[in-house]
Design a protein around this ligand. Structure first.
Ligand code: ASP
Length: 386
């Protein structure tokens, strides 16, 4: 074996001078990184692309660090389990699409998260679910909004992508499309959970209190008590929106939503997101999640999934904004994430997870907390809330 520090032509002074000049010539003149460079989650340059990588979220919001220990553990265990599902698929050479779908399905089935079972309630006491999935390799996507009988909306979204010539189905049309597939259906009462129904009551009470004397309050409360599963549009009357006065109360609500992004061994990127939306949302309200480019996006550079205040996320076409920043400025994934979260959105609006074509991951929120987890082929394993 050759000694490590043997003198060779490579270390002779003329060669060193030549190599130094060559390096200077090849170095980028501006601080922007070459998009082909590899960065780790903290924005520092790393040497090796990751064979595979995955990140997931279970919603951004304002969870108190003083939350009961048992509840924190329950969240962490669920995130860990979700991470294991996606990681195993990727480790065994499965596709990023399969990984994000399976991860999101698990989170949809888990009561702790606002998607599928555990979804939040509309102002009328119903559960109307949104989901989307996107394959960054083929630039195909599928999305559904306002579904009420599909156990795993992310799987229906995938069917829209693969089995239809359309991208986005809503309400009755989405249900009718589901009829022609093998996706599992449930009675709408399946989505009922006491804690989410209580949350609806609390939000509606708080809003009644904040607008005393106004019995057609701005977010949908008429003063009438809602029952789970009431007819859409029946009660309460939600015809007097006053966006300004409700901004602060919306920021104070706990957001939710689940999502996953992944890069597989073939280098393909995918993103999936699923949600019940926002507590007390009005009948027919569509959030950012199923709007391709807002809450969900993937191309050959990056895959992104959002959570937070849907109206803000969609107004900034957020997931696509991150992707464009990454592509057109040559910034690292983390720099593009910082731009979106710190400069485009306002504090308290939203959180995002993203993975790029090198397998770098980034997870960041400007709310107080975001349930999140990430793993990669090089041994990264992270589960965090704050
Ligand atoms: N972004 C979701 C929506 O607005 C909600 C959330 O992430 O909490 O529908």
């Amino acid at each position: 074996m050759k000694p490590l520090h043997s003198h060779s032509i490579l270390t002779s002074p003329p060669t060193l001078l030549f190599l130094t000049l060559l390096l200077m010539l090849l170095s980028p003149q501006v601080s922007n990184a070459d998009p082909g460079d590899v960065y780790s989650a903290d924005g520092t340059k790393s040497d090796t692309p990751k064979e595979w990588a995955i990140a997931l979220h279970g919603g951004a919001g304002y969870v108190s660090p003083d939350m009961p220990e048992a509840r924190r553990v329950a969240y962490e265990e669920a995130l860990q389990e979700a991470l294991a599902i996606g990681s195993e698929i990727l480790e065994e050479g499965g596709s990023s699409l399969d990984a994000v779908e399976a991860t999101v399905r698990f989170l949809e089935d888990h009561e702790l998260f606002n998607a599928g079972k555990g979804a939040v309630f509309t102002a009328e006491g119903r559960n109307e679910l949104d989901a989307a999935i996107m394959d960054g390799h083929t630039m195909q996507a599928g999305a559904v909004t306002g579904v009420t009988t599909v156990k795993n909306p992310v799987t229906l979204a995938r069917r829209v992508m693969t089995d239809s010539r359309h991208v986005f189905f809503s309400g009755d049309g989405a249900e009718a499309f589901a009829d022609g597939t093998d996706v599992e259906r449930v009675d709408p009462s399946y989505f009922y959970t006491e804690s989410r129904f209580e949350a609806l009551r609390r939000v509606q009470e708080a809003e009644r209190d904040s607008s005393p004397g106004d019995d057609s309050d701005e977010k949908g409360g008429s003063g009438a008590e809602v029952e789970p599963g009431a007819e859409p549009g029946a009660e309460p009357d939600a015809s007097h929106d006053s966006q300004e006065s409700s901004n602060e109360s919306i920021r104070g609500w706990k957001y939710g939503t689940v999502g996953a992004v992944a890069k597989d061994r073939e280098g393909r990127l995918a993103s999936a997101t699923s949600t019940g939306g926002m507590t007390n949302k009005r009948f027919g309200r569509v959030g950012d999640v199923p709007i391709i480019g807002s809450g969900t996006y993937a191309n050959k550079d990056v895959a992104v999934s959002a959570t937070g205040w849907g109206e803000k996320i969609m107004l900034h076409v957020s997931a696509h904004t991150l992707a464009s920043h990454y592509r057109f400025t040559g910034a690292s994934l983390q720099e593009s994430m910082d731009y979106l979260v710190d400069e485009v959105l306002e504090p308290g609006d939203a959180g995002f997870i993203a993975v790029d074509r090198t397998g770098a991951v980034s997870m960041k929120t400007n709310t107080g907390s975001m349930f999140r987890a990430a793993a990669d082929s090089e041994g990264l394993r992270e589960v965090a809330i704050w």
